[in-house]
Design a protein around this ligand. Structure first.
Ligand code: ACK
Length: 326
């Protein structure tokens, strides 16, 4: 078992069976930063057992609200239970406000995709040199590059597309599980998908999630900055979050995958996104993206939530694409 009692079971503030002693955590380097504070790699040592973990910790000057949010994140993770495509909760250290989760050595999907993109040797400078007078845009470069690569290395690119679709399928499987447990993630994006050493995709960051057992709907009242470019129309207009708005975000995540980490709507300010969507405008098909996969993205962006696919349907469609590609 990964957890142990703090010996302070009478405290109403502890995390119950997930409570960890601070002494059993050996903190290592910082692996990431966020609005909340930092994530550090660490070892959890319990008796003879030593396990690599990630520790999400708050800034020294964290407010009471930050502490409450982290505790909420813990509660959501507890209620979610375990699934191969969801980051596993290991424990919580209440006095120090540390959330301990499984360690994912390949980091987040957004950085991972951008690394693949960079590894193709296309730097900003090379682009400018080859395209005099043109503005550098991240996704244009991705598209041009991969378009050319299609001609040269068709087989190689097929493999890559297969790998990308199987990553998407893993995320859809995790989301299918989450939505069947009536949990709305609300911040589904490539930056919140982690990869472990086996290339397994794990949904993480439940900081904005809410368990919505009764009505499967959450009306936002908080103050945390919202991921506008990943949000469904009804979230922008009415602040209504459901599993169907997670499906919209999944469509944006598919787009991020197929652009190898492109920024959605790079020319739009956050405030302009809502108007553009209401005019019926949507992200364009990434050049690398097969038309049937783009059609699936577009279904995720249907203005009517009930007409969007469910996560089970998305899993099914992605599996069919993988089979036809195999
Ligand atoms: O790409 P990264 O290094 O991987 O940057 C982000 C950052 O923290 C903010 O989320 C890293 N991170 C978060 N959780 C974990 C984890 N469980 N294992 C490894 N890295 C993590 C993430």
């Amino acid at each position: 078992k990964d957890t142990e009692s703090s010996g302070d079971a009478s405290s109403a503030d502890d995390a119950g069976e997930f409570e960890l002693r601070r002494q059993s955590l050996h903190l290592k380097e910082v692996v990431g930063e966020g609005e909340f504070g930092v994530v550090r790699r660490a070892y959890l040592v319990l008796g003879n057992d030593k396990r690599e973990v990630a520790v999400k910790m708050l800034r020294d000057d964290a407010s009471g609200e930050d502490k409450k949010q982290l505790k909420l994140e813990l509660e959501v993770m507890k209620s979610v239970g375990t699934h191969n495509n969801i980051v596993c909760l290991v424990g919580f250290c209440s006095p120090n406000h540390m959330l301990v989760v499984e360690y994912c050595s390949l980091g987040d999907l957004q950085n991972y995709l951008r690394d693949i993109w960079r590894s193709k040797n296309w730097t900003k400078n090379a682009y400018i040199k080859n395209n005099p007078g043109k503005n550098f845009k991240h996704e244009n470069v991705v598209s041009n590059l991969l378009y050319n690569k299609t001609e040269v290395e068709k087989k190689q690119l097929n493999v890559t597309i297969f790998d990308l679709i199987s990553l998407a399928r893993q995320v859809a499987l995790g989301m299918e599980y989450l939505s069947s447990n009536k949990v709305v993630h609300r911040d589904l994006a490539a930056r919140n998908i982690l990869l472990n050493e086996n290339f397994t995709a794990k949904i993480s960051d439940f900081g904005l999630s809410r368990d919505v057992y009764e009505e499967n709907l959450y009306r936002h009242k908080g103050v945390r900055r919202l991921p506008v470019k990943w949000m469904a129309i009804e979230c922008l207009v009415h602040q209504m979050f459901t599993s169907k708005s997670d499906v919209w975000s999944f469509g944006i995540l598919l787009w991020e995958i197929m652009t190898l980490g492109g920024c959605p709507y790079p020319t739009l300010q956050s405030a302009e996104v809502q108007r553009s969507l209401l005019r019926g405008e949507r992200l364009e098909r990434p050049k690398l993206c097969p038309p049937n996969l783009y059609a699936l993205m577009q279904e995720c962006w249907n203005p009517l939530p009930h007409l969007r696919p469910t996560f089970s349907q998305l899993v099914h469609h992605l599996e069919a694409m993988l089979q036809s590609d195999a």
